[in-house]
Design a protein around this ligand. Structure first.
Ligand code: GLC
Ligand code: CA
Length: 571
C-alpha cells in the first residue's frame, strides 16, 4: 500500500465553523460503556473517552456520536433513559461531559449525542408519577395507558408484539393495589412509550435539545425517529389486520405507530430550534422506514439526514452495492440531504463477521433490525470456527474502503477500525445483557457480541480497556486485534482506516460520482470529480487495474492486478 497524496487541506477551524460540516463527515460511533474505562469499575466512561481524543484525532474522524450516557438502569443498554439532561453517575458528571466536549472540539472533532424520544425508562420521574396517579390523570397522559380488554380488563388492549419479543403492553397495579391499566411499550417493558400528543412531552424534549446544544453539542442522532406519533384513538386493529393492510399502511403513513405522517411536524419544530444555533445543530434520523419515505426525515426542514441501512443489509455483491449506491445518491439529492452509509453499529453483527459467513446464510433481505445472516449464525451457536474470519475481514476492509470513497457521511462503529469480529459463543448466557436475549429466548441471541469493550493493548486484565475488568467478557483473540498491535503494523486494519480517512478528507468538495464500465460484473469502478477512482473486486479472479497511481488498497496488490475482495483507490 502506498500513499502519494498530501494530507487534508482543510483546517480544523474551517471544519468547526462550516454549517455543512456533516454532509461528508466521517462519524465515529462510541458505545460509551464499552469504549474506555478510566477508573477500573469495568464500565467505560466519559473520562475514558476524553483520554482517547488523541486516538480519535489520529484516526481522522470528523465527528463522534455517543450512544446514550444518561442515567439508566441499562434495561436496554442505556436506551432506557431515567433523566435526559444528566450523565449516568457511573459514567461521570456534567463537568466531565463538558471537559470531553471541549477536548473533542479542540481537536477539531464535532460531537453528536443520542436522543431517545420515543420512550423514557420506567424509572423516569414522569413514569413513576403516572403509576402513582389515577387513571385519566394528566400524569398518565404523558404515556400511553389504556384499559385492557376482557371482563376484568385482564387482556392487553391489542395483540401487538414488542420489537424485543413478548407483548407490547404491560399491566400495572393501581395505587390501591388492584390490577389496573396497561401501558404501551414498543421495546422492553422498562421502556414505556411517551405520548407525543401531550404538549408537555413536546416542551420537555425542546428543553433537552436546547440543554445539550447550549453545552456545545453539535448534532443529534434520533433514536427510533419513526415511532413518536401514534394513532390509538379508535379500536385498535389486530396484528392480523395490520398485516392484511400491509404495505399500504406504511406507504401512506397510516400505520398506528410506525412512520406516521404527523411525526414530521415534530421535526419541523426541532429544526427551527437547531437553526437558532451557529452553526446550526444537525440531526440524523434512525428511521427503519420504506426507502421511498426516508427523504421526509432527511429534508432540510426536518432532521436533515437519515440513516440508510441498505448497504448494511446488502450482501458483499457488486450488483447489490451498485444498485444501493445509485438509488441512495439519487434519493439524497432529491431530499437536499447527503447520503449516509453504515456497515456496523451497536445493533447488528459486525460486518467483518457477516461477510465471513457461508453464502447460504448471507441474504439479509427482509430483516430490518439486524442482518439476518448474523442472527442465524448467532442462533446456530455463534462459533468462530464457523466463520471464515480471514475472508470476512478482507471483504470488510474492501467494503469500508469503498464506503470512504463515496459522497455522503460514513458512519463507523467503534472497533471496526480494528477489523473486530463479533463475539459469539464466547459470551456465556449468564453474562448476556441485551433484553432481546431474555425476551426472545431461542429466537434472538441479542446484540452483546458487538458491544464487548475494545482491546487497546495486547495484554492486561481487560486488554487495556481499563485498569481492571470488563463488563462483558473479552475473548483471548482480542489481543491480536488490539490498538497496540495494529499501530505497529503498516498493513493492519487500523493503519488502513487512518490512511483512508486522511485521504477521504480531500474528496469532500462535491457529492457526485461517475460509474465506469469494466466488462466484469463482479468489479465496481467509480470516479470522483477530483479524478480519483475507486475500484472494488467483489469476486475472486484478479482484475487488471486501469492506469494510475495507487493511493491506498485494502489488501496488497498482485503486481498490476487487484486481487479478489479488495478495493484500491487510484489517482
Ligand atoms: C434503537 C437503538 C437500539 C435500541 C432501540 C430502542 O433501535 O439503536 O439499540 O434498543 O432503539 O431504543
Ligand atoms: Ca468506569
Amino acid at each position: 500500500m502506498t500513499t502519494t497524496a498530501t494530507l487534508a487541506t482543510r483546517t480544523d477551524a474551517e471544519h468547526m465553523a462550516d454549517p455543512d460540516w456533516w454532509r461528508q463527515a466521517s462519524v465515529y460511533q462510541i458505545y460509551p460503556r464499552s469504549f474506555a474505562d478510566s477508573n477500573g469499575d469495568g464500565i467505560g466512561d466519559i473520562n475514558g473517552i476524553t483520554a482517547k481524543v488523541p486516538y480519535l484525532k489520529a484516526l481522522g474522524v470528523d465527528a463522534v456520536w455517543l450512544s446514550p450516557f444518561y442515567p439508566s438502569a441499562l434495561a436496554d443498554g442505556g436506551y432506557d433513559v431515567d433523566e435526559y439532561r444528566n450523565v449516568d453517575p457511573r459514567l461521570g458528571t456534567l463537568e466531565d461531559f463538558d471537559a470531553m466536549a471541549s477536548a473533542l472540539h479542540t481537536a477539531g472533532i464535532k460531537l453528536i449525542v443520542d436522543i431517545v424520544p420515543n420512550h423514557s425508562s420506567n424509572r423516569h420521574e414522569w413514569f413513576q408519577e403516572a403509576l402513582a396517579a389515577p387513571k385519566g390523570s394528566p400524569a398518565r397522559d404523558r404515556y400511553i395507558f389504556r384499559d385492557g380488554l376482557g371482563d376484568q380488563g385482564e387482556l392487553p388492549p391489542s395483540d401487538w408484539h414488542s420489537v424485543f419479543g413478548g407483548p407490547a403492553w404491560e399491566r400495572i397495579t393501581e395505587p390501591d393495589g388492584t390490577p389496573g391499566q396497561w401501558y404501551m411499550h414498543i421495546f422492553a417493558k422498562e421502556q414505556p412509550d411517551l405520548n407525543w400528543d401531550n404538549p408537555e412531552v413536546r416542551e420537555d424534549f425542546l428543553k433537552t435539545l436546547r440543554f445539550w446544544s447550549d453545552r456545545g453539542v453539535d448534532g443529534f442522532r434520533i433514536d427510533v425517529a419513526h415511532a413518536l406519533t401514534k394513532n390509538l384513538e379508535e379500536t385498535l386493529p389486530t396484528t392480523a389486520d395490520l398485516e392484511a393492510e400491509g404495505e399500504a399502511l406504511y406507504l401512506e403513513g397510516r400505520h398506528p405507530y410506525w412512520d406516521r405522517n404527523e411525526v414530521h411536524e415534530i421535526y419541523a419544530e426541532w429544526r427551527k430550534l437547531f437553526n437558532e444555533y451557529n452553526p446550526p445543530r444537525t440531526a440524523v434520523a434512525e428511521a427503519w422506514v420504506h426507502a421511498d419515505r426516508r427523504a421526509r426525515y432527511a429534508s432540510p426542514e426536518g432532521l436533515g439526514q437519515a440513516f440508510n441501512f441498505d448497504l448494511l443489509q446488502a450482501d458483499f455483491d457488486a450488483a447489490q452495492f451498485r444498485k444501493t449506491i445509485t438509488k441512495n445518491l439519487a434519493e439524497a439529492e432529491a431530499s437536499g440531504a447527503s447520503s449516509t452509509w453504515v456497515f456496523s453499529n451497536h445493533d447488528v453483527v459486525r460486518h467483518a463477521t457477516r461477510y465471513g459467513l457461508p453464502a447460504s446464510a448471507s441474504s439479509a433481505e427482509g430483516d430490518i433490525m439486524s442482518g439476518q445472516a448474523g442472527k442465524q449464525w448467532l442462533l446456530a451457536g455463534g462459533r468462530q470456527e464457523d466463520v471464515d474470519v480471514e475472508l470476512g475481514l478482507r471483504r470488510a476492509r474492501a467494503a469500508s474502503l469503498l464506503m470512504f470513497a463515496l459522497p455522503g457521511s460514513a458512519y463507523l462503529y467503534q472497533g471496526e477500525e480494528l477489523g473486530l469480529q463479533e463475539v459469539g459463543s464466547e459470551i456465556p448466557d449468564s453474562e448476556r445483557q441485551d433484553p432481546s436475549f431474555f425476551r426472545n429466548k431461542g429466537v434472538e441471541i441479542g446484540r452483546d457480541g458487538c458491544r464487548v469493550p475494545l482491546p487497546w493493548t495486547a495484554g492486561g486484565s481487560s486488554f487495556g480497556f481499563g485498569p481492571a475488568g470488563s463488563h462483558l467478557p473479552q475473548p483471548a483473540w482480542f489481543a491480536d486485534s488490539s490498538v497496540e498491535v495494529q499501530e505497529a503494523q503498516e498493513d493492519s486494519t487500523l493503519s488502513l482506516y487512518r490512511r483512508a480517512l486522511a485521504l477521504r478528507s480531500q474528496l469532500q468538495a462535491d457529492e457526485t460520482l461517475e460509474w465506469l464500465e469494466t466488462g466484469r460484473p463482479d468489479v465496481l469502478v467509480f470516479r470522483r470529480p477530483n479524478g480519483w477512482t475507486s475500484v472494488t473486486n467483489f469476486g475472486t479472479e484478479p482484475f487488471e487495474l486501469p492506469a494510475g497511481d495507487v493511493l491506498v488498497s485494502s489488501s496488497p496488490l498482485e503486481g498490476a492486478f487487484l486481487p479478489g475482495a479488495t478495493t484500491a483507490w487510484l489517482q
